[in-house]
Each structure stands twice: as C-alpha cells, then as structure tokens.
Write a protein that binds this ligand. Sequence first.
Ligand code: CMC
Length: 433
Amino acid sequence: MEEKRVATLDLGNGKKPTEFPVMSGSAGPDVIDIRTLHAKTGMFTYDPGFVSTASCRSNITFIDGDKGMLLYRGYPIEQLAEQCDFMEVCYLLMNAELPTANQKVLFDKTIHGHSMVHEQLARFYTGFRRDAHPMAVMVGVVGALSAFYHEAMDISDASHRELSAFRLIAKLPTITAMAYKYNIGQPFVYPHNDLSYAANFMHMMFSTPAEEYRPNLILAKALDRILILHADHEQNASTSTVRLAGSSGANPFACISAGIACLWGPAHGGANEACLSMLEEIGDESRINQYIKRAKDKNDDFRMMGFGHRVYKNFDPRAKLMRETCHEVLGEMGLEDDPLFKLALKLEKIALEDEYFISKKLYPNVDFYSGIVQRALGIPVSMFTAIFAMARTAGWIAQWSEMISDPEYKLGRPRQLYNGASVRRVTPIELRK
Ligand code: CMC
C-alpha cells in the first residue's frame, strides 16, 4: 500500500507543527490538502490570481504548460484536431469517451433538434442598440434562456443537466449569428440541420434571403478546428467563473452567461480581437520595432497582444495547430500576400528572436493566429470573442455538470486578507469634517 504523504507546516510560533495530506492526481503537480488549515491554525492562505491553488478536482482537461501539452479526457489536442470534428469533441467533454459512429449520429441529431431558438427570444435583440458589442448581446440573451426552460431546471437531476447542455451547445451558434445579423441590419437566418455545426454557423452568418450561400468546406473545417481548440482549457478565468456562479445552485444558462462576461476581457478571450486591432494599429512592418519597444517598457501599459500565457511557458499547442490552419485558409482564399498577414508573420519572427520575449517565455498563443484565420473567413473582428464563447460553452457546461455531480462540491467562498480600517465609530453627520 502506498504510504500516505503529509506536508508539515511550522508556523514558527512555538506550537507543534501541523500536518496536511498531500494528494496526487493522475498527472500534474501534487497538491497539499489545506481544507482543514483554518480549523487547525486559524489562518488562511493568500494566493491572488489562484496561481498556486487547485480549486477543484476535475477529470476533463489537463494542461502541462512546460511540455506544451493539452489533453481533453486524456486525448492530445493534436489528435482530436486532426481526427475528430467539434461534435465528437463536445460528446467527449460531456461523456468522458469519444462517441461510436452510432452515438455520433444520435448526438448530431440531438444537437440539430435543439438548434432553433424560441421566436420570443428573437425579440430580445431589438432591445439592444444596433451597434452593441456582440458579447454584450450574448451575455444578455444567453442569460435570458433561463426564462424559457422552467421545466428542466432541476440541477440535481442529471437528465435536466444533460438537456440544458444540449440546448446550450445547439443554440449558441444561432444566438451568436443572430447577434451579428442584428448588428448589420440583416434578417435572422434560421439554422439548417443538414449542415455540420461549423458550416451551419457560417450559413447563419453569411446567407441572406436574397442569395443562396454554400459554405466552403475547407473554411468550415478551419472554423471547426477553431471550435475544437477553444472548447475547454481547464480552470481558466471564465471556467472558474462558471463554476463559482454554479456553486450557489444558479441555473446553467445564468452560469454560462457569467462565463461569457468573464471571457470578454482582453486578457482572456478578448485577446484575439485585441490582437487584430493591435496589428491594424501597427499597420506597417516599419513600425514593429516601435511596438516591441513599447511592450518592453515598464512605464508603458502596452502589451503585445497574442503573446504570453499564464500556463504555457514553452509553447501553446493550440497555437501550433492554428498556425497550420492559418496558412491553409490564407492559401485557400489566395490571401498569402495580405498585408496584415505578412505583418503578423514578421512580428511573430521578430518577437520569437527577441531577448525580452525569450527570457519571459512569451510565445504566440492561439489567439495570435485565430484572429487572422477568422478575419480571412470573413468574420468581423467584433465577433471573434463571441465565437470563442460558442466553442467554450462545451467546456463550461461539462465543467459545470462535473461540479454539480461531485460529492465534494461546496459553495465557492474565498476569504481575504483585510487591509481596511479597523473598527471605528460613526460620527454624526453634523460633526464630520
Ligand atoms: N507583452 C509584453 N510583456 C508581457 C506580455 C505581453 N503580451 N505578457 C507578459 N508580459 C510580461 C509582463 O509585463 C511581466 O513582466 P515583469 O516580470 O517584468 O513584470 C511578465 O511578462 C509576466 O507577466 P504576467 O502578467 O505576470 O504573466 P501572466 O502569466 O499573469 O500573464 C497573460 C499571462 C496572458 C495575461 C499575459 O501574457 C498577457 O497579457 N498577454 C497578452 C494577452 C493575451 O494574448 N491573452 C490571451 C491568452 S491565450 C487565450 C486564453 O487561453 O485565454
């Protein structure tokens, strides 16, 4: 039998050191189980940004940042991106196994069966300004889904959780495309269930009643790859937000809406949009060095968007795959000489050879390339993060469901190191200075 390991904490206060169990997962660093820390010592841990904290146990996604490894349910992202489609990946995230051919047919059919949204939901859009950011619309509309499905909102019932997952995965492309159509003043396009998930999304984005639109299969495959690469990423900020919101027992639509709000931030899912805006701002190869200089300047807030990652410190495996797709798509579209693409390649080369970027382990991340691919697909920059949200919904809902069914699940309630005023008396208003 394996010996139980413990970590000993000596607070240097003359008291007997306290022991805490050390737990091992199937991969990744061991963790010190400090659940009894406060009871045993009266102290909390201090870890802003959760850089050393495992907030949960999870069987879904594993990242080894040093090796540049990303696994969904044990499968390397490279194999999934090359051999599976996004529906298989959704099935895998939800069910822990890849589907058989028959299971895949049934899953596709189920998702297709939920792809439409209630007509009443379409009216919500008119409450937004036409120029609203699609993410602002998504936060509202996805949260509003909870007003439509009262019959299946018992989160302790696994079949209700599964139905909510189907609904969310199926409706996100429809809701996302509707946000775009509303923004440009075109009529909403209904989903087409003969098409794949990615091709159907392109159909809802780009077809109009006036003209038939046939999605280019190479481009639909590129979009499918974007969805696979963004489907889950362990306990990142938005996933942790979904879990924290869900820990109070909130309904899944509200939780996913919270995840979308978090993803919107430029340090997270907003990075591909920010990266493309940055490339447009740089504008010309002759100005790259000026921006590299700014990125290094401690007194300048500017960061090179699309570079660096909290976890990947050698390379982002998703970036490698997205870079490949980027070249394929630009070739298919005849855009190899596109000035922005050439500028991006030049920036990538200069940054990869620069001492500052090397020493701080700042490599291009997935969003450096995914923005360029999406632009080539004809997707406007303001929609980039919304597409990320569409993909990540699969991971969020799988993580949420895992949390709810975990017997160790508790309401999330971090503590703090309080630095404010100590207790004091209220002075009557007429005496205050
Ligand atoms: N440009 C210039 N300097 C940078 C950058 C950058 N993009 N990223 C980090 N640094 C520097 C930072 O200034 C700091 O320097 P110092 O040690 O001198 O203070 C050092 O590198 C470490 O930075 P940090 O912010 O402590 O590291 P982090 O692990 O918290 O940051 C990050 C990760 C993604 C927030 C950051 O690299 C960043 O802001 N990158 C740009 C935004 C971006 O592309 N985000 C997308 C991430 S991929 C999508 C996803 O998975 O969500």
